[in-house]
Design a protein around this ligand. Structure first.
Ligand code: ADP
Ligand code: ADP
Length: 223
């Protein structure tokens, strides 16, 4: 589903952030990306999402070399990967449901169908009844779930979330993780960057640990 082959990544003339990274994630896996701040977790996720290209090496996603897809293939990536980045980028002048409908609008889906699918996506993340609120009227946890609804409204095969529980209390964090677990249960390949040890101890099956001089592919959670 996702494969890195000898991937190196540096920014400009800077040092290698990632050096000779190799791993293979099978369909339906639930994987944490962990490591200290600045180690390269976001960089790794952005490489999978096609938002960055590797300096060297190959990034395969669903059988395609994502690093070699031309710019016009970006919509293809969007359809297959639900990205939840650290800055959730909700539009505050649009109601919650309109935010969720955005990716469908971009794809030219008819309004009525888009609204129906957006409502279903909001229900899946526990936001039924909040369709007409504006994002600023929602709590941090609700905003995060709204961003998740927007990312999954296309039913992507892969969901990638960068620190989705940062700044949330334990109860909201657990709710977010349960949302991801629900998607994973129906076969969605799920990658989550986090350095929340308590959360990983509870949820991690496999962890890719990025440290300044080391990359480890672990079963379970790092100690
Ligand atoms: P993490 O998500 O683990 O905190 P990042 O992938 O965000 O780490 O960043 C890894 C390193 O790469 C950091 O030193 C960061 O400053 C640097 N970096 C990230 N993005 C860029 C960029 N666009 N240009 C230059 N340096 C960057
Ligand atoms: P913008 O740069 O103005 O956010 P984009 O065309 O990049 O516009 O994205 C359109 C909408 O789709 C935005 O709301 C964006 O957050 C959302 N979006 C972009 N990429 C993805 C993705 N891979 N998965 C889910 N939603 C996405």
């Amino acid at each position: 589903m996702i494969e890195f082959k000898h991937v190196f990544k540096s920014y400009g003339r800077g040092p290698n952030i990632l050096a000779d990274i190799n791993f293979h994630i099978q369909p339906g896996e639930f994987v944490f990306i962990s490591g200290p701040s600045g180690a390269g977790k976001s960089t790794l996720l952005r490489l999978i999402g096609g938002l960055e290209t590797p300096t060297r090496g190959a990034v395969h996603v669903k059988g395609n070399r994502i690093d070699q897809l031309p710019a016009r293939a970006q919509p293809y990536i969007r359809r297959n990967i639900g990205l939840i980045l650290q800055d959730v980028h909700l539009l505050n002048d649009r109601r919650a449901i309109q935010n969720v409908m955005l990716p469908l609008e971009v794809l030219g889906v008819e309004y009525k169908i888009a609204a129906k699918r957006a409502r279903a996506a909001m229900e899946k993340v526990g936001l039924a009844g909040k369709e007409d609120q504006y994002p600023i009227e929602m709590s941090g946890g609700e905003q995060q779930r709204l961003a998740i609804a927007r990312a999954i409204v296309n039913k992507p095969a892969i969901v990638i979330a960068d620190e989705p529980t940062a700044n949330l209390d334990a109860v909201s964090a657990k709710r977010i993780m349960d949302v991801f677990k629900d998607f994973n249960r129906v076969g969605v390949t799920t990658l989550i960057a986090s350095h929340d040890r308590a959360l990983m101890a509870h949820y991690a099956r496999r962890t890719l640990l990025i440290e300044p001089d080391r990359f480890s592919d672990l079963i379970g959670t790092p100690l």
